[in-house]
Ligand binder design. Structure first.
Ligand SMILES: NC(=O)c1ccc[n+]([C@@H]2O[C@H](COP(=O)([O-])OP(=O)(O)OC[C@H]3O[C@@H](n4cnc5c(N)ncnc54)[C@H](O)[C@@H]3O)[C@@H](O)[C@H]2O)c1
Ligand SMILES: O=P(O)(O)OC[C@@H](O)[C@@H](O)[C@H](O)[C@H](O)CO
Length: 383
């Protein structure tokens, strides 16, 4: 099995590339970072340190890398059996043109074996969005072949993988938590389902994506933004603060009630899922910076993302939402001079005021009563 994985970063090396390589796939990473591509090609292997109740290190061998956007990546697309991505939601549209070019050449060369594409990003139905972007780049005459031979498979991906500390001796090493979950929509494959160990199949993907994004990622972001306000540097420090932990638990329970209503999840089991997540945030072996989890606040505040989508659910079902509102208010305080979206958000607040910035970032309507509550919470937090 030939696997091409876009994005040799934390999740690429620490989770998806690892699973593919451990399933005996010939793994080629495609990345925009030339130094990373060179290092991967030079060593052809890297270490993954798995930390939790016990620790061990796995060696991932026989891997190669190509520069994204090069002729090499096009040749890899021509012959791949599976293509995966972990590049970040904002980069998916950028790699669509490359994927379209590769698929066009694949069809022109008469390769009609099925290929499956799986985006492993924190977004709802990210692969379906990638498919639309690929179709927009692919000449119309190939669209039927794409529908026939290319599976676009949505997925939910969960493993906390912070960037490894700089280590000149072992620059490719990654440290990952022992928990991991990769769930894919079994109905979207074309041809045989690739035999990847650790890739779980479901026919109820949306429930799993929302469970993950609106529980773990909701709790994570509330931890990050409240932690930043309180002056902490890491998620572990922030979640050890009892007041923060209480609000984070409450936020996950409030988004959880939406999930229970929408998908019929068992409430007890969902509460156990939340408690397990809290222990994952407190993992003493992971150094996960608040600024990694808080990155790109405009994306995080988007109407489909981890704060506002659950909030809209609480409004739909008439459920409590005060902890989610606190999380949104804290997001509006997020400052990081190295994060262009954080700088942009603060610019909006300075120029237009907090309410206008909130409406612009979230798409909430001005007459929605929770808007005034968020603004009041924002002012209270500023004191
Ligand atoms: N790290 C985690 O804990 C985690 C867990 C689950 C899901 N995710 C999701 O996985 C995705 C990647 O996150 P990450 O933490 O691994 O980020 P990362 O920044 O470590 O990795 C992204 C990689 O993509 C590469 N890249 C950027 N532009 C590219 C392009 N045009 N073509 C090819 N490669 C390109 C970067 O050079 C980098 O190596 C995100 O969507 C994230 O939400 C992350
Ligand atoms: O990757 P983001 O920016 O969407 O979210 C930051 C973290 O919450 C995220 O990367 C988690 O670590 C991950 O989703 C755990 O599975």
């Amino acid at each position: 099995m030939k696997a091409l994985h876009f994005g040799a970063g934390n999740i690429g090396r620490g989770f998806i590339g690892k699973l593919l390589a451990e399933s005996d796939a010939e793994v080629t990473f495609a990345d925009a970072n030339t130094q990373l591509v060179d290092q991967l090609n030079h060593s052809q292997e890297y270490h993954v340190r798995v930390v939790g109740d016990t620790q061990h290190t796995d060696v991932i061998r026989h891997i190669a890398a190509v520069q994204a956007n090069s002729d090499d990546v096009i040749s890899q697309i021509v012959k791949a059996d599976i293509i995966t991505t972990a590049v970040g939601p904002q980069v998916l549209a950028k790699i669509a043109a490359t994927i379209a070019k590769g698929l066009q050449l694949r069809f022109e060369q008469g390769n009609h074996t099925p290929v499956n594409i799986i985006a492993c990003e924190n977004m709802v139905r990210g692969t379906s969005q990638l498919k639309q972007a690929v179709l927009a780049e692919l000449p119309q005459q190939y669209h039927d072949l794409l529908e026939q031979y290319v599976g676009f498979v949505d997925s939910a991906v969960d493993r906390i993988v912070p960037p490894a500390a700089a280590n000149d001796e072992d620059p490719l090493a990654v440290t990952v938590e022992s928990f991991s979950e990769w769930i894919v929509d079994k109905n979207q494959f074309k041809g045989d389902i690739p035999p990847v160990q650790g890739m779980e199949l479901t026919d109820n993907l949306l429930a799993y994506v929302e469970r993950k994004l609106f529980t773990l990622n909701t709790g994570h972001i509330v931890t990050a933004y409240l932690g930043k306000l309180a002056g902490y540097k890491t998620i572990r420090e922030a979640i050890a603060d009892e007041a923060i932990q209480n609000t984070v638990r409450q936020a996950m329970q409030q988004s959880g009630e939406v999930l229970v209503n929408r998908y019929g999840f068992d409430r007890q089991l969902h509460h156990a899922y939340i408690e397990k997540i809290l222990t994952r945030f407190a993992n003493p072996y992971l150094v996960d910076e608040i600024d990694r989890v808080g990155r790109q606040p405009l994306r995080k505040l988007g109407a489909e993302d981890r704060l506002v989508k659950p909030l809209l659910g609480t409004l739909e079902y008439g459920l409590p939402n005060d902890a989610l509102l606190k999380g949104i208010a804290a997001a509006l305080h997020y400052r990081n001079a190295d994060d262009p979206q954080a700088v942009e958000l603060q610019g909006w607040i300075e120029q237009e005021g907090v309410e206008a910035a909130l409406l612009r970032a979230t798409g909430l309507k001005a007459d929605e009563p929770c808007v005034a509550t968020i603004v009041a919470e924002y002012q209270r937090m500023a004191q």
